[in-house]
Ligand binder design. Structure first.
Ligand code: ADP
Ligand code: ZN
Length: 531
């Protein structure tokens, strides 16, 4: 009863009720909150939407002093602070977007002990003036949000995070809580090490998002496929469509709008006003689609995002998980849909090769990509594979809510096909000293006398026309899967194909190559027309 509650309620639970109006803690929240309130350090891994904010907000409210939150999401601080103030929490922020007067006001409030929460951009903590200011006030807890940004090998490294170990050195008595939604075991260890939190207790929530249905389809005509998906399954729903380039963001948003789906673009090339307006519309309106580069979505809290669609391959499983995790925060059925094809693999490999970073960096980037490709090509349950990547046990063999569980893909023995592709690559290189991309290889296999085939006399090769048993789409599928399995590699700016160390074992017939069957006719739009 009500009388009993007042007696047994902890201060934390009381704050949860009084300030946030929530019934009870979720999952690990209570254990984290209790531990931090008692003065312990914590590393918290919780999926996006899992409720990380309360893990530091409640301790900040219960412990005396101000909770200092380090966050890289400068663009969201104003909104976060406004939302907290609306709940009666005394919150403020300090970042580069403020003018002198605004900052002075926040400083004064902090020093007077009038703030429960103070949000800071990590670069602030490089400044002696900021550290001095913090020393003159009373701090209840340090929260380090998006803590994976400290990982140099992660997908979202921010050098300023490396300076955050100073917090533990200067304020050994203030508990620290590091939070992230994306961490493999390795990143996890890096967080503990680099932030100097060896004694921290670790709280790891399940990464499973059972209400999200994972689907990865072969890419044919991506915009039409997307349109069909939206019309058939998500008419009138709010969602996010991710594209790699600004240009394809613009064109996809236009395409959807022309076809009767309300969509707006979002990318770093748009001016701040437009970006802000589109984001605000997304949060406020029902059923708006935002087509965006990955610049969009970090920290966005919209519970009823019904789908997240990828028209291009994410660079890592962490990225994929984080982006798809923006769907279905309200727990209702949602879809993570992606179209993926051979060009994605070639493009990503090229990006890694031509990008900045040393050899070690490239190797890590390729490993990230390999894991992403393995997820795309798997014939097992996608959810199981995702969870295994994050070091977690799936609850069963099949989740029943991903494409591979719903319609198990057929496999076939692709050993001979693989040998045909690899020997074509070998012939070109050995006999002609030439390297070509996938298009030419497939044309040779199919025995097509294209202008380029004639130009290079490739119809004279012994492998010319030896692959007429498969269609062009099927051959592209074979090449894609060989690339994904590391049996073939991409070289240089033109995406030419070369052998890898592992290719030899296939050519020597020492290993079999099971492949995933390509659908005869990739699903395209009912509205698609043509063929
Ligand atoms: P994260 O930072 O882990 O992505 P948030 O802290 O933004 O997640 O929380 C996600 C959503 O869940 C928010 O809308 C939040 O208000 C809600 N939420 C979190 N904890 C609870 C709870 N104990 N009870 C009800 N709603 C909660
Ligand atoms: Zn499954």
């Amino acid at each position: 009863g009500v009388a009993g509650m007042a007696v047994t309620d902890s201060e934390a639970l009381a704050a949860l009720h009084r300030v946030f109006g929530y019934e009870s803690f979720r999952g690990e929240q209570e254990a984290v909150v209790d531990h931090v309130i008692a003065g312990g350090d914590a590393v918290v891994l919780m999926p996006t939407g899992g409720g990380k904010s309360l893990c530091y907000q409640i301790p900040a409210l219960v412990r005396p002093g101000t909770g200092v939150v380090v966050s890289p999401l400068i663009a969201l601080m104003q909104d976060q602070v406004d939302a907290l103030r609306a709940l009666g929490v005394r919150a403020g922020f300090m970042n580069s977007t403020q003018d002198f007067d605004e900052r002075r006001t926040v400083e004064a409030e902090f020093l007077a002990g009038e703030l429960d929460l103070l949000y800071l951009a990590p670069e602030r903590l490089r400044l002696d003036s900021s550290l001095d200011l913090l020393s003159r006030g009373k701090i209840s807890v340090f929260a380090i949000d998006e803590a994976h940004c400290v990982s140099q090998w992660g997908h979202d490294f921010r050098p300023d995070y490396l300076t955050l170990s100073v917090l533990g050195e200067r304020w050994p008595d203030v508990p620290r809580i590091a939070l992230t939604a994306t961490a493999t075991d390795a990143t996890h260890r890096e967080i503990t090490e680099r932030l100097g939190m060896p004694g921290a207790r670790h709280f790891v929530a399940s990464f499973d998002r059972p209400n999200i249905q994972y689907r990865i389809v072969p890419k044919a005509d991506p915009r039409k496929q997307l349109l069909a998906f939206l019309r058939e399954e998500h008419a009138g729903d709010a969602g996010i469509v991710y594209c790699l380039s600004r240009n394809s963001v613009e064109r996809t948003a236009e395409f959807l709008s022309k076809n009767g789906i309300e969509a707006v673009p979002y990318h770093a090339g748009l001016d701040a006003g437009t970006r802000h307006a589109h984001q605000a519309r997304f949060l406020r309106e029902e059923g708006l689609v935002v087509v965006a580069t990955i610049a969009f979505g970090m920290g966005i809290d919209k519970p009823d995002v019904r789908f997240v669609a990828h028209l291009d391959l994410p660079k890592s499983v962490e990225g994929y998980y984080q982006e798809t995790g923006r769907a279905g925060r309200d727990g209702l059925p949602s879809t993570a849909w992606m179209a993926y094809g051979l060009n994605d693999v070639i493009q990503q490999r090229k990006l890694i090769q031509s990008g900045e970073g040393d050899e070690a960096f490239r190797r890590r980037a390729n490993q990230h990509l390999d894991a992403m490709l393995a997820l795309c090509e798997t014939v097992r349950c996608r959810r199981g594979q995702l969870l295994a990547y994050f070091g977690q046990e799936p609850s069963g063999e099949n989740c029943g809510n991903c494409d591979t569980c719903l319609a198990p893909p057929e496999t076939w023995d692709g050993t001979v096909a693989a040998q045909k592709v690899l020997s074509t690559v070998v012939r070109l290189q050995r006999e002609r000293g030439q390297k070509f991309g996938a298009v030419q290889i497939v044309d040779i296999l199919l025995g097509r006398r294209t202008a380029k085939v004639i130009q290079f006399d490739h119809d004279q090769l012994s492998v010319f026309g030896i692959g007429e048993e498969l269609s062009e789409a099927q051959w592209r599928g074979v090449v894609r899967q060989l690339l994904a399995q590391g049996l073939l590699a991409v070289e240089g700016d033109y995406g030419t194909l070369v052998l890898t160390e592992a290719s030899g074992s296939v050519l020597r017939r020492e290993r079999e190559v099971p492949l995933r069957k390509e659908p005869e006719k990739p699903v395209t739009s009912r509205a698609g027309g043509g063929s």
